[in-house]
Design a protein around this ligand. Structure first.
Ligand SMILES: Nc1nc2c(ncn2[C@@H]2O[C@H](COP(=O)(O)OP(=O)(O)O)[C@@H](O)[C@H]2O)c(=O)[nH]1
Ligand SMILES: [Mg+2]
Length: 302
């Protein structure tokens, strides 16, 4: 499952506009994939002569609904993307960001409190596991009431909690002081080269995506064949077998070993064969830690 990002912000701040700009999907979709521009992938595709070049993507949700339901959905995502109205002249973006942070803090406190009430009732049965959770939740609530946050709460958080305030949060100011999202949503309908020519440079949304990558601690690896050359995301620290599973479960199941070339070596060599001849291709096993920019070819047998 691809990593997911939820868009939050005040009504009419430009959430759906950002969704359209990132995913190139219609506003009615609510969930879409945001392709991640990557110059390395373009170079690889050209050198390989790939018929199809597929960028890596992050799932983006333009979360809808009344506040409680919306918060429930946001607990499921990996990061939050906040849109701040900087175009209408009626809002102060920095203040709106502060308000939202407070709302998330309050929502997390309420969430802990409600869970504590529920688990306290269940713990009357004497189940030691539940009693332990009651103690943990009381300790956390006490920490929150002293002005702490879940992010700096000592000890482990119960995994069922799904906190909001510990998620990476990236804000986008919509307007002349930040990114003109309305323009970006319109340009998303053009081929990327034409859009770049129009704004005389790459989209500032690329920077937002890069920030997300950093916050989520993601790396990119590539698979490069003539049929399809493709970029994939992976959590930093993942191994060759994780990468194989990202491409297809069969590749992980039947994993034998994997050939690894640095993307730049492959571009310079011009082909897998030439890279191998130059000794730039390595053979690695399941536990190899995949590096950002690796081109992988998994040998497998099912
Ligand atoms: N002028 C201008 N209008 C914008 C901008 N971004 C969004 N809008 C308009 O503001 C309205 C609300 O935007 P929308 O994305 O639907 O907001 P949401 O309620 O947060 O999803 C729409 O009519 C947009 O076209 C912008 O950067 N400039
Ligand atoms: Mg909307």
């Amino acid at each position: 499952m691809a990593l997911a990002v939820g868009i939050v912000g005040l009504p009419s701040a430009g959430k759906t506009t950002l969704f359209e700009a990132l995913t190139h999907a219609p506003a009615s979709a609510n969930v879409g994939m945001a392709p991640i521009p990557d110059e390395r992938l373009d170079q690889l595709g050209r050198v390989i002569g790939a018929k199809k070049v597929t960028p890596a993507a992050i799932r983006v949700a333009d979360v809808q609904g009344p506040w409680p339901q919306l918060l429930g959905e946001l607990r499921q995502v990996d990061a939050l993307l906040v849109v701040l109205d900087g175009f209408s002249g009626t809002r102060v973006p920095a203040e709106d960001l502060e308000t939202l942070r407070l709302e998330l803090l309050v929502a997390d406190r309420d969430h802990v409190e409600r869970r504590l009430e529920r688990v306290e009732k269940q713990a009357k049965s004497g189940d030691p596991q539940l009693r332990k959770e009651v103690e943990e939740l009381r300790r956390i609530l006490d920490h929150l009431d002293r002005g702490g946050t879940l992010a700096d709460s000592p000890g482990e958080l119960p995994p069922e909690l799904g906190p909001l305030t510990t998620k990476p949060l990236i804000s986008v100011e919509n307007g002349p002081g930040g990114i003109d999202l309305k323009l970006e949503a319109e340009l998303a309908e053009l081929p990327p080269a034409e859009a770049d020519a129009f704004r005389e440079g790459p989209s500032a949304l690329g920077e937002v995506v890069r920030q997300l990558f950093g916050e989520l601690d993601l790396i990119v690896f590539f698979t490069a064949s003539e049929k399809e050359t493709r970029a994939w995301t992976l959590r930093r620290g993942s191994t060759a077998i994780d990468a194989a599973g990202t491409v297809h479960s069969d590749l992980a199941r039947g994993f034998i070993r994997c050939e690894v070339i640095r993307w730049h070596d492959l571009v310079e060599a011009g082909s897998h064969t030439e890279a191998a001849r130059r000794g730039l291709q390595r053979l690695e096993g399941k536990t190899y830690e995949v590096q950002d920019g690796d081109v992988l070819n998994v040998r497998f047998n099912v």
